[in-house]
Design a protein around this ligand. Structure first.
Ligand code: NAP
Length: 290
């Protein structure tokens, strides 16, 4: 692990992801001072009271001043405005990273805000989270033994990449590198599509006339399958818009497969059903036993 000491860490957006990072870095003893910023003073006061950050600064520009590492942990739709505000105020050597769930949109937002990509920008995405939001839901172990994908740009400085890598490793995470487009395709399949399915299933059932009875009889499997439909709607709105192209490809592919399944059920095609269920079971068992 590369040596890491962050003197002044600025977390923009002290919620589940930003707050958990602050807690984990503090526990690892690799940060001297943590300053938080965001729109909501009550939230920031709560973050101080919980010991997640040392202090807060309402003004974004002042918050990033003097920080050697700045982590932007706001919803994807707010990234560009945040970058624009902080751009003139970042220290020359400050490392800038983010935690957004899609990466192409973050790179584009940075280009728009800075005029060109900063060499100290290393976009990142923790493959960890819960369906909860807010600083109260944050916890230090969130990243332990979880993967973090970093997507350095063509101009990302090697030392900046090493510092961001070391920051996540200090939280107990495994860091992997990917290019931006590949990240967005992989995440559209593994995370964004499943969230669409969970939201749609719950919404379809909730809008049925006898929805109350349906939910009364729903068992553990329904709860497992739909847990992620309790995720923050604003965050998922932003993710859909940000990862539009890759998500559309996956939604169309899944819709075609679902249509095939529907046709097989309609024609009582037991061979199709058994073959597909067997293939899926084998794939899931192999994934779970890995
Ligand atoms: P969260 O708990 O709601 O925290 C987001 C924080 O951003 C809040 O503390 C909020 O604080 C601040 N914020 C919201 N809008 C803002 C704006 N317009 N300008 C400045 N600050 C703003 O959400 P989260 O789950 O931590 O998600 C944060 C980021 O992590 C998102 O980009 C998401 O895609 C990514 N991510 C989430 C997960 C997950 O499972 N939740 C996993 C991986 C990555 P104020 O209200 O005080 O402004």
């Amino acid at each position: 692990m590369a040596e890491l000491l962050i003197k002044r860490l600025c977390i923009v957006g002290v919620g589940l992801i930003g707050g958990s990072l602050a807690r984990a870095l503090r526990e690892a003893g690799v940060v001297t001072e943590i300053i938080g910023t965001g729109r909501n003073i009550e939230n920031l006061k709560k973050a101080v009271a919980l010991g997640v950050i040392d202090s807060y600064e309402e003004d974004l520009a002042r918050a990033v001043k003097g920080a050697d590492v700045v982590v932007v942990a706001v919803p994807l739709g707010a990234m560009e405005a945040v970058f624009k505000t902080i751009a003139p105020h970042l220290d020359e050597h400050a490392i800038l990273t983010d935690v957004g769930s899609a990466k192409g949109s973050v790179v584009k937002a940075a280009e728009n805000a800075f005029g060109s990509l900063p060499v100290n920008l290393v976009p990142g995405h923790p493959i960890a989270g819960t369906e909860q939001s807010g600083v109260e839901a944050s916890f230090a172990e969130l990243y332990n033994e979880r993967r973090i994908i970093i997507t350095p740009t063509s101009v990302s400085d090697a030392q900046a990449i090493a510092r961001v890598r070391a920051m996540w490793e200090a939280c107990g995470a495994e860091v992997v590198e990917m290019n931006v487009e590949h990240h967005d395709e992989v995440l559209a399949a593994t995370s964004h599509l499943p969230h669409m399915l969970a939201y749609t299933l719950v919404d379809t059932l909730a809008r049925m006339d006898d929805s109350q009875e349906i939910f009364d009889y729903a068992a553990g499997g329904f709860r497992d399958f739909t847990r992620i439909a309790s995720s923050d709607p604003q965050m998922w709105n932003d993710i859909c818009l940000a990862n539009h192209d890759a998500l559309v490809v996956m939604l169309e592919r899944f819709s075609a497969d679902l249509k095939d399944l529907s046709n097989a059920v309609q024609r009582n095609d037991g061979d199709y059903l058994k073959e597909m269920f067997t293939r899926a079971k084998q794939a899931r068992d192999a994934f779970c036993n890995k």
